[in-house]
Design a protein around this ligand. Structure first.
Ligand SMILES: [Zn+2]
Length: 275
């Protein structure tokens, strides 16, 4: 398959990370959010993504720069599929040059919240759900890495709770953007987990599952939407952007599809300085 050859060439090319075609569609952005003064956000596609394996903060800044963003500070965590909350207001961020700071040396957590100017919160995904939240009146934002473990572990609720507790945000004022993730079309996922999801999110979450013979498929973005609604976010304030990661190799990285060769999508949100 032509794609496999392209991927191998891409991986072996090493430094030549811009080999793949840049499409005009990315970064994906919520058009209504352009009216929120000072907000910057986006879901970057493969063309702006991170390479497979270890990365440095410099790689993250590089990807943001290629998407036209140059914030003073960049927040990135070692993601562990949990519900731990971090804020750049609490943890020291990597040095400005960031050259030597790799994944393993970053703070550990899957949820970022912030109300600080000129700081960008970043999440890396390659099938898991990247979720961005904004509470315009409270001038607060959040970024969540929501795979199945983190979602079941309460990552979405933890983000909302932190926005409420730290910045006095109200869930009904929060707007959410759910970015590209593996879809229920492709994500084979054990039906034995359904009971645990129903216990947390109610019986309606069963709608996120599709059963085909003995196989089960999960649409994680539907679970995230359900989690947001249960946490008080209005249905019409939830935006879903982008296609299934597994089905669009030219646009998006996918761990299920590419395994160890999978790079990562970068998703980001923050406030510009002086806004
Ligand atoms: Zn799919």
């Amino acid at each position: 398959m032509a794609y496999d050859r392209a991927l191998r060439r891409h991986v072996h090319a090493g430094a030549d990370r811009n080999l793949l075609i840049v499409t005009n569609a990315y970064p994906l952005r919520v058009s209504a959010w352009s009216e929120i003064p000072g907000l910057m956000h986006g879901f970057l596609g493969r063309a702006h993504g991170l390479p497979p394996g270890l990365f440095t903060i410099h790689d993250v800044r590089d990807a943001l720069a290629r998407a036209g963003e140059a914030p003073r500070s960049v927040a990135a965590a070692r993601q562990v599929h949990g519900a731990g909350v971090l804020s750049p207001e609490d943890v020291p961020l990597a040095r400005e040059d960031g050259a030597g700071v790799v994944d393993g040396e970053l703070p550990e957590g899957d949820v970022w919240v912030s109300a600080s100017a000129d700081v960008v919160l970043t999440i890396r995904t390659a099938d898991c759900v990247p979720l961005l939240l904004v509470a315009p009146r409270a001038r607060a934002v959040a970024a969540v890495h929501a795979g199945w473990r983190g979602t079941l572990g309460g990552a979405v609720e933890a983000a909302l709770a932190a926005l409420v507790a730290r910045y006095d945000a109200r869930p009904e004022d929060v707007s959410a953007a759910i970015g590209p993730a593996i879809g229920g079309c492709c994500y084979a996922f054990g039906g034995e987990h359904l009971a645990a999801f129903e216990a947390r999110f109610g019986p309606e979450v069963a709608a996120a599952w599709r059963h085909e013979g003995s196989a089960s498929f999960l649409d994680l973005r539907t679970v995230c939407r359900r989690a947001l609604e249960r946490a008080g976010v209005r249905r019409d304030a939830i935006h879903v952007l982008g296609p299934c990661t597994a089905e669009h190799p030219d646009e998006l990285h996918s761990y299920r599809r590419d395994g160890a060769y999978a790079g990562r999508q970068l998703s980001y949100i923050g406030w510009r300085s002086g806004a």
